[in-house]
Ligand binder design. Structure first.
Ligand code: FMN
Length: 406
């Protein structure tokens, strides 16, 4: 017998400024699922994964780290919508776009910049850096000026392929977040210094993506509340960015934080609970009318509900909880006690938790049991080995390690 659903504001629909109606308040947050074919195209397993999330009842799902070209990927499992369209497996992208029944599916537009995966790329960010674990050249002013059109072209391609929207990635220390962060951005020109300059590339990208897409296409942004590292982006400056986005035509701001700058904490590796950036969301409310999504650390139905009913956010973003239980929204709708059971990791090495969840995504997509949580080193080794194997596929399609010149 079908279970009766429990009435809850978590399952009230919400309208975005572009007219999109989301059926409830739960969004599958962007995850780089590493299920691309190594040549930038979706795989049947990946399409299956998004079908699972659609059946599980989330209102929307965001495909992590989709690149506009092959030059600055985060990992070789990323998807790529490159200008050389003949190599794009259009049917696979269209099948992915249709994967979720009643699910709004958005592509996260990425550019890893200084954190581009070195075996595939010559990393380049706002400023040249030579630090342990992070070495990159500086982008030229011309390369920076070209970014808005690059993002706009990719967004247009996403729209043409049937996706309902995009999320511009300006969080976690990838390129647009690098510009916001003094850790990465030491420029002295119009793109560096005060926050008014550091947010210039982001504002230009948002404007270009909005102008290039239809009014009913969703344009969302993922923004860091703080880098959580001394010398990085601080909440005060991030609030200035939120204020400056008013009138930009954005449909949603997804609030996150943390960075993959060496030695810093990342949201995907953190194991504590409690919505990490809720105070920031509350403050952001006073600066903008754009709907908000709050991502990071939400593990229970009670907490998700409280974030929404308090008015701190319109939507909650869930990543790891929806790996552990892709049917979680349906379960939460039918049974208020069905929270996921999170694995416990004893003293996980840096990157270990994220690697475990990445391999768990593969297991989910291939209908296999999730990996055991007690042997992170072997899970990490499998994760690295798979990416090493895919390196030659990436290089065969996109060429070597990208341009190194200034
Ligand atoms: C395996 C994995 C991959 C991720 N990849 C991305 C990504 O591509 N883009 C992104 O914005 N966040 C990414 N994240 C971060 C999540 O979207 C989210 O911000 C973070 O995990 C905290 O949310 P949670 O506590 O619900 O997991 C990833 C997280 C995990 C676990």
């Amino acid at each position: 017998m079908p279970q009766a659903s429990i009435p809850s504001p978590l399952f009230d629909p919400v309208s975005l400024p572009n007219g999109t109606v989301l059926k409830n308040r739960i969004v599958k947050s962007a995850m780089s699922d590493s299920l691309g074919d190594g040549r930038g195209n979706p795989t049947p397993a990946q399409i299956r994964l998004y079908r699972l999330w659609g059946e599980g009842g989330a209102a929307a799902a965001i495909v992590g780290e989709v690149q506009g070209d092959g030059l600055f990927p985060e990992r070789p499992g990323n998807l790529v919508l490159a200008p050389d369209a003949p190599d794009v497996l259009v049917d696979r992208f269209r099948a992915l776009a249709r994967a979720g029944k009643d699910l709004a599916l958005w592509l996260q537009l990425g550019h890893a910049g200084a954190l581009a995966h070195p075996p595939l790329s010559a990393p380049a960010g706002p400023s040249a850096l030579d630090l342990p674990g992070l070495s990159c050249r500086a982008l030229t002013a011309g390369e920076i000026a070209a970014l808005p059109e690059q993002f706009a072209r990719t967004a247009r391609q996403a729209q043409d392929l049937g996706f309902g929207g995009v999320q511009i990635h300006a969080a976690h220390g990838f390129l647009l977040s690098q510009f916001l962060s003094p850790l990465f951005n030491r420029r002295t020109d119009r793109y560096g210094g005060p926050i008014a300059n550091r947010m210039r590339p982001l504002l230009e990208v948002v404007a270009a993506v909005r102008a290039a897409t239809a009014p009913d296409f969703t344009v969302a942004l993922k923004l860091n509340a703080t880098d959580q590292l001394t010398g990085g982006l601080e909440a005060r400056d991030a609030l200035t960015v939120v204020g400056a986005l008013s009138g930009s035509g954005l449909d949603l701001i997804d609030i996150s934080g943390g960075t993959y700058f060496p030695g810093a904490p990342s949201a995907s590796d953190r194991t504590t609970g409690g919505a990490y950036f809720r105070d920031f969301a509350r403050a952001a409310r006073t600066r903008t009318d754009i709907p908000l999504m709050l991502t990071g650390g939400i593990k229970t139905r009670a907490e998700a509900l409280d974030c929404v009913t308090s008015g701190d956010t319109d939507l909650v973003g869930l990543a790891r909880a929806l790996v552990l239980d892709p049917d979680l929204p349906r379960h939460w709708q039918n049974d208020s006690s069905s929270d996921p059971v999170f694995p416990r990791f004893e003293s996980p090495p840096e990157g270990g938790v994220t690697a475990w969840y990445t391999m768990a995504l593969t297991a989910l997509a291939e209908d296999r049991p999730l990996p055991a949580p007690d042997n992170l080193p072997s899970v990490m080794a499998a994760y690295e080995a798979r990416d090493a194997d895919r390196t030659h596929l990436w290089r065969a399609r996109f060429g070597g390690a990208g341009p190194t010149g200034a």
